[in-house]
Write a protein that binds this ligand. Structure first.
Ligand code: ADE
Length: 246
């Protein structure tokens, strides 16, 4: 999986790309990240990459020329995608991460100031992506969120591959709680079932806990899940029993 990031602040990515799972994925060759500084491509003799907005108003707008030349400096792999990080984009979800993880290459364009000239977006951007309904100072932290979430989906990136399938969202539910040693800490004991060694009971407890937390925190996810289960499960008595536990 290849990522290319067009940014004015490549140094923001330094520790992110060298640490933990992402660092290992890069040194192991499963993920490749190239950082291209947009400023290196400006034709402006003072190194400027932005200008005041036509029509007036606050802030500066990033110009088309350096963005276009930075993008065109390298070819995008066939089937690859150019994504502009923007609060106006489609919100990133687990389903979107799974979709992006199948691409051979993603070019992430990071904006700054008031944004980028619309003509660059219209001509060169395949998709706009937001990481949530709030405004960041620039697209870099959003690009890191995309690289992080997509990279851990890519096979072999995970030290424990099964964890990707047990994650919150991977089965449309939030994840059950986790515990580790000691079994009792400051008077708080781990639920007995987790120490029982009975894996069928542990699975059942985890499913119930997932359902409970999803129902409490994300009622819309819970309703969608229960509808799917209702359609699938023929044994309505088991279903009634599970619902009573919630
Ligand atoms: N740039 C500024 N705000 C953003 C957001 N919420 N998501 C993605 N990119 C952004």
């Amino acid at each position: 999986m290849k990522f290319r990031v067009l940014t004015l602040f490549p140094e923001m990515f330094d520790s992110f790309l060298n640490t933990s799972i992402i660092g290992r994925a890069i040194s192991g060759g499963q993920v490749e990240v190239t950082l291209d500084n947009i400023r290196d491509y400006t034709e402006n003799k003072h190194g400027r990459v932005d200008d005041t907005p036509f029509g007036g108003g606050a802030g500066m707008v990033m110009c088309v020329q350096p963005l276009k030349d930075a993008l065109m400096a390298k070819t995008v792999a066939p089937g690859g995608r150019v994504i502009y990080l923007s609060p106006k984009g489609e919100t990133l979800t687990h389903a979107k991460v799974v979709e992006l993880a199948k691409l051979p290459e993603i070019v992430l364009v990071c904006g700054h100031y008031e944004g980028i000239d619309q003509r660059f977006i219209d001509r060169y951007v395949d998709e706009e992506l937001s990481i949530g309904d709030y405004v960041l100072t620039g697209g870099e932290t959003a690009a890191m969120v995309v690289i992080d979430s997509v990279s851990r989906m890519v096979a072999d990136v995970l030290s424990n591959e099964a964890s990707a399938h047990e994650d919150s969202f991977s089965n449309d539910l939030l994840e059950y709680p986790h515990y580790t040693r000691p079994a009792v800490y400051d008077g708080d004991a781990v639920p007995d079932v987790l120490l029982s060694g009975n894996h069928a009971e542990i699975d059942r407890w985890r499913l119930i806990e997932s359902l409970k937390i999803t129902k409490a925190r994300r009622p819309e996810l819970f309703a969608a899940y229960m509808k799917k289960v209702n359609d699938l499960v023929k044994d309505k008595k088991t279903l009634q029993r599970i619902k009573k536990d919630l």
